[in-house]
Design a protein. Structure first.
Length: 276
């Protein structure tokens, strides 16, 4: 059975060789679809994963913190994609696409490092530890035991791209430095297009536009899971998104995870030391 390798203790890996700028997954006809605010269908049943609640630290949130936090999501996505490649779940025909996603996230992380330095902060080059423990590891465990790991991995990749895009969109409003605001807006768009491209590659025209755009319900696939779409809802929605993965139990229920943009308890504060 294909398995995910353990999370790397060090970020010094093959991604350090990727310094290629620009978005290489190109579907220009697709409108950017940032993290949506899907309420989710009520069927099949869900087994919700509830992460432990922690009190946020009493630290200042400035531009450097937001840029460090955005970088942590880029490295989180890189880490997931690298582990996916090493797991054997990704089909050989898709290896190039996944490698290009790694390239793109590394290029964004490099730019975020430069912007963080310009704001007097220390660039963050690690994954997000809060997300690692409360989202990434539980989701990967569910995918590993799934009846269809490839299907669930694709859904997770789409969710991660939307999460990163939504984070940049939120930070574009909150950042004060003009260069940082511009970069956040550009990256929100490009990473939304990456999510859209992943769906389009998998589903073709059937997955272009969600019925939600027209105020209709989202149909389910043969497994009873909500279909995924390139354009999921109106542009600009950054609310909580639901991810359903893993094997179905005797009642047809699968694990569900809620993805939302970083908040006080998952920010990468200036006081935090690297975790990698």
């Amino acid at each position: 059975m294909s398995t995910f390798p353990p999370r790397a203790e060090s970020q010094v890996s093959r991604r350090q060789a990727f310094k290629i700028g620009g978005i290489t997954v190109s579907l220009a006809a697709l409108v950017a679809a940032c993290g949506d605010d899907r309420e989710g269908d009520t069927s099949p049943g869900r087994v919700g994963y509830a992460p432990p609640v922690t009190d946020p630290p009493d630290y200042t949130v400035d531009d450097a913190v937001r840029l460090r936090t955005a970088a942590s999501l880029e490295y989180t996505a890189i880490g997931v994609y690298e582990r996916a490649l090493d797991s054997g779940i990704v089909a050989p025909s898709s290896n190039e696409v996944v490698s290009r996603l790694i390239d793109n996230h590394q290029a964004s992380a490099d730019q975020l490092a430069a912007l963080t330095d310009a704001e007097g902060g220390v660039p963050w080059e690690c994954t997000n530890p809060w997300l690692d423990d409360r989202l990434i590891e539980p989701v990967l465990q569910a995918i590993q035991s799934s009846d269809d790991p490839a299907r669930d991995l694709l859904r997770f990749a789409v969710a991660l791209e939307n999460l990163a895009a939504s984070t940049h969109q939120v930070f574009a409003v909150e950042l004060t430095a003009p260069a940082a605001k511009t970069f956040a807006l550009e990256t929100a768009t490009s990473e939304s297009r990456q999510s859209a491209a992943l769906v389009a590659i998998d589903r073709g025209p059937d997955g272009y536009i969600s019925p939600e755009v027209y105020g209709e319900g989202v149909p389910t696939d043969v497994e009873g899971l909500p279909n995924i779409y390139s354009i999921t809802s109106r542009f600009g929605s950054v609310g909580q998104a639901e991810l359903i993965v893993g094997p179905a139990d005797e009642n047809g229920s699968r694990e569900s995870f809620n993805l939302q943009t970083p908040a006080e308890n998952s920010f990468i504060y200036n006081e935090l030391e690297p975790t990698c």
